[in-house]
Design a protein around this ligand. Structure first.
Ligand code: HEC
Length: 291
């Protein structure tokens, strides 16, 4: 929050700069259109390039590879083939050698409810403001906790590393706050973080989770190598329902009456899971600043 409040002016300047840039792009499109319209088609033009001189190897002082250097198309095709061979030799083994995948035994696949929450996270574009990758620097680990390990992301399809931090990194947010904190925060971020510029997500409190897709979501993960048991997709929704009940009960403890089918329940399940497979952290109190 300290950083955010400091750089709010910079964000405003960025909007102004961006608008100038965008206006320039529109002007360019307009200009190109005008130019195209003012021209007229010339079906045939006289050739102006001189013919390629016949090369005499004996007389040329250059090197033997001069023959390919004066033929751009052939040069392009042959270099593509050469680069392609190198690429295949480098890339294919990484797919075939299983020990290349750095698994961590405590890292487990997401539960069905977490998987749903994760899809909502992707749908809402949370990754445009939040990264999920703590870099191995002091400044990062002091702030967020343990740095990210490659093996933590083996079941993430697609990964949510992100490259933009308007908000903080979320890799170690799991278990940082109680469920109720997320409940208040997602409804109105400023209630928990005064001055926040994160948008509210009130629709998640009205929209209900579509659990007809659970089975196919798990099956899709299985095709990508996530080790769910073969019979799991069929009764994944039972597991999902039980986890919903748990979160509703924990919210109730903090005086919140929530409906278990609400999308926010799945989002909370996901947020509480993120990055917890390799760490445990204390939980802070949830009291809205302006309830
Ligand atoms: C416009 C950028 C933006 C978007 C989009 C956004 N956030 Fe945020 N988020 C922030 C900012 C800024 C903060 C820090 C202030 C605060 O706590 O609200 C934050 C904080 C958070 C926190 C608390 C992190 C912590 O360690 O205290 C969570 C959890 C979170 N966001 C989840 C989400 C989720 C889930 C979504 C998508 C549904 C989302 N955010 C979308 C900007 C954004």
């Amino acid at each position: 929050m300290d950083t955010l409040l400091e750089i709010k002016t910079a964000y405003v300047l960025r909007v102004i700069g961006g608008s100038v840039y965008l206006t320039g792009a529109f002007l360019m499109v307009y200009n190109v259109r005008k130019t195209v319209i003012s021209g007229k088609l010339i079906a045939n033009e006289d050739a102006e390039a001189p013919p390629l001189e016949k090369m005499d190897q004996a007389k040329e002082s250059g090197h033997w590879h001069r023959w390919i250097e004066r033929r751009p198309i052939q040069m392009l095709v042959i270099s593509l083939i050469v680069v392609g061979i190198g690429g295949v030799l480098e890339i294919v083994p990484t797919f075939l050698v299983k020990t290349n995948i750095p698994t961590i035994s405590s890292v487990k696949p997401y539960t069905p409810l977490e998987l749903h929450g994760r899809d909502i996270y992707v749908r809402e574009g949370c990754y445009t403001c939040h990264s999920q990758m703590v870099r191995p620097f002091r400044s990062e680990t002091e702030r967020y906790g343990e740095y990210a390990k490659a093996g933590e992301f083996v079941y993430d399809h697609p990964f949510q590393w992100g490259s933009k931090r308007t908000g903080p990194d979320l890799l170690r947010v799991g278990g940082k706050y109680p469920d109720s904190w997320h409940y208040y925060h997602m409804y109105d971020p400023t209630s928990m973080s005064p001055g926040s510029l994160m948008p509210p997500y009130m629709h998640m409190f009205e929209d209900l989770l579509d659990t007809t897709t659970t089975k196919r979501k798990i099956e899709a993960m299985r095709t990508m190598g996530v080790p769910y048991a073969a019979d799991f997709p069929a009764h994944a929704n039972d597991h999902l329902s039980a986890q919903q009940d748990k979160i509703v009960a924990s919210l109730k403890k903090d005086g919140i009456e929530a409906q278990k089918e609400m999308e926010i329940i799945a989002v909370i399940a996901y947020l509480q899971r993120v990055g917890t497979d390799i760490k445990a952290k204390e939980v802070v109190e949830a009291k809205p600043a302006n309830p």
